[in-house]
Write a protein that binds this ligand. Structure first.
Ligand SMILES: Nc1ncnc2c1ncn2[C@@H]1O[C@H](COP(=O)(O)OP(=O)(O)O)[C@@H](O)[C@H]1O
Ligand SMILES: [Mg+2]
Length: 211
């Protein structure tokens, strides 16, 4: 079983949206996958409750008994566990997730302030590395608007940071918000979700092909 954790130090960057859609993308590839909601705000859990039970979205489990125990209980039955973390890298849930996971994804919006905030995340990840040598962390440019100069410049600016940046970025698309409203992922949105789903697949391929 592999674990993917979506972490960050800010709200609103797209962590929950990315976690849900990554899990749905893995399910679309035929993997068995479950989402663990490690955020006390429980937005991933709410998202799942909003959708119809049989809408094809992976199950969301609240990490009620502690993250390590929750993940342990899911280990046998799943190929992947995707952990959605709270908006603070210092939160115990984020630290636990970084101890457990092989893949940490850090969605970052195209703004200098968001980029600067990642320096702190890189430090925390470095401190945990002795306990988890397999940990690979990647910045994912999130809510990109390709027609803006800022979005064009950001991936290059991000390359100056202490964490590597995924080649695949996630564009800002209204379909993501529609899907959250309907309790679905872009993989259940047919043609309207096709471009967003293709981005998620690109990111998954990049993530999983490198170990
Ligand atoms: N790629 C995207 N395109 C458009 N809207 C997005 C995208 N990613 C996230 N959002 C929206 O941005 C807001 C914050 O996203 P969310 O996933 O809840 O972030 P976080 O979990 O980091 O707080 C939500 O309203 C969500 O629908
Ligand atoms: Mg969230």
């Amino acid at each position: 079983m592999s674990i993917i954790a979506v972490v960050g130090n800010k709200g609103g960057t797209g962590k929950t949206t990315l976690a849900l859609n990554l899990a749905a993308g893995l399910a679309a590839r035929g993997e068995t996958v479950v989402i663990v909601d490690a955020d006390p705000q429980q937005s991933a859990y709410q998202w799942r409750l909003t959708g119809a039970e049989d809408n094809g979205l992976p199950d969301v489990v609240a990490a009620a008994m502690g993250l390590a125990k929750t993940v342990q209980a899911l280990r046998e039955a799943n190929d992947y566990v995707v952990i959605d973390c709270p908006p603070s890298i210092k939160a115990p849930q984020s630290e636990q997730a970084l101890r457990l996971t092989q893949h940490a994804l850090v969605p970052v919006q195209p703004s200098p302030m968001d980029l600067w905030a990642t320096t702190h995340i890189a430090k925390v990840i470095e401190q945990l590395r002795p306990d988890n040598p397999a940990l690979r962390a990647l910045i994912v440019m999130s809510q990109l608007e390709p027609r803006t100069t800022l979005s064009r410049l950001m991936p290059d600016a991000a390359r100056e940071l202490d964490l590597p940046v995924a080649a695949a970025g996630i564009r800002r698309r209204s379909i993501h918000r529609h899907c959250a409203l309907e309790g679905r992922s872009v993989f259940q949105a047919g043609k309207r979700g096709a471009e967003a789903a293709a981005e998620i697949h690109q990111l998954l391929t990049e993530l999983l092909d490198h170990g």
